[in-house]
Write a protein that binds this ligand. Structure first.
Ligand code: NAD
Length: 258
């Protein structure tokens, strides 16, 4: 028996990085997966890779910060597969810079993509999730647990996601809907590469990042997807409201790694 047999899963940001790895892993464990991304080409590529591996998936173009898009996405999902069992709110972006450097429009855009998207996706999926006793997994970050220099806006969204997760876990516990957050440190994805490339010396930044993790490296998308799978499966049936770090020891203290 596969771990997500007959489950219906929706993964936002499924066209790249952690979301893509989660879509493929969920499908390999028997889930029917809706791959959601603002970039339809990338979402379709993920769905195609799942089909080629013998799994079941559809791709849906959605800007998760748009109410209209999210409502259409949930309608499409219900028509295609039925009520949702697993909602992985993974899509997100970065806004590096000090508070003096970032402007109000970029701040609003970041809040909309990283945080309002979760409000919308949960609000318009929760009726179905209550019926299925579903699982919600929200993508937080180590930045929601500790601070980071020149990254206050992103950190604020991730801290809010953790607080949202805890409160929703309380509200939905009577329905047996579990809500958890994942808090990775560095994960090798296009998003992290983008962050490094904005620095004066990207290669040095990569080395510094590796050493800030006690295990001496950043994570792969697949390693983080394994935590999402655990939270999506019945193996985590008594875990709710938690913000679970997956950070290679990065929050343990000072040290240069092995
Ligand atoms: P990524 O850039 O590889 O993938 C993000 C995907 O989200 C892309 O396919 C992008 O098109 C999609 N997306 C962006 N805005 C969207 C929108 N408005 N609507 C729909 N889709 C949208 O990034 P990743 O590193 O895989 O990041 C995924 C999540 O993990 C993010 O929430 C990020 O904050 C979080 N995270 C990443 C790291 C890391 O080091 N990479 C660490 C901690 C947390």
């Amino acid at each position: 028996m596969k771990r997500l047999e007959k489950q219906i899963a929706l993964v936002t940001g499924g066209g790249s990085g952690i979301g893509k790895a989660a879509c493929k892993l969920f499908a390999s464990e028997g889930a029917k997966v809706a791959v959601v991304d603002i970039d339809f080409q990338k979402a379709s590529e993920t769905a195609e890779e799942i089909h080629q591996a013998g799994g079941e998936a559809c791709s849906i173009k959605t800007d998760v910060s748009s109410k209209g898009d999210v409502i259409r996405m949930m309608d499409r999902l219900r028509e295609t597969y039925g009520d949702l069992d697993i909602l992985f709110n993974n899509a997100g972006t970065i806004l590096p810079g000090t508070i003096e450097e970032i402007n109000e429009n970029d701040w609003d855009r970041l809040i909309n993509i990283n945080l309002t998207s979760m409000f919308l996706c949960i609000k318009y999926a929760i009726a179905g999730l209550k019926k299925t006793k579903g699982k919600i997994i929200n993508m937080g970050s180590m930045n929601g647990l500790v601070g980071q220099q020149q990254n206050p806006a992103y950190s604020a969204t991730k801290g809010a996601i953790i607080a949202l997760t805890r409160s929703l876990a309380i509200d939905f516990a009577p329905y047996n809907v579990r809500v958890n957050a994942i808090c990775p440190a560095g994960v090798i994805t296009p998003l992290l590469a983008d962050w490094f490339n904005r620095q004066p010396d990207p290669a040095q930044m990569q080395r510094d990042s590796d050493f800030s993790h006690m295990l001496g490296r950043t994570a792969s998308s697949e390693e983080v997807a394994q935590l999402a799978l655990y939270l999506a499966s019945s193996e985590s049936s008594f875990i709710t409201g938690q913000a679970i770090p997956i950070e290679g020891g990065a929050t343990l203290g000072y040290g240069a790694g092995p």
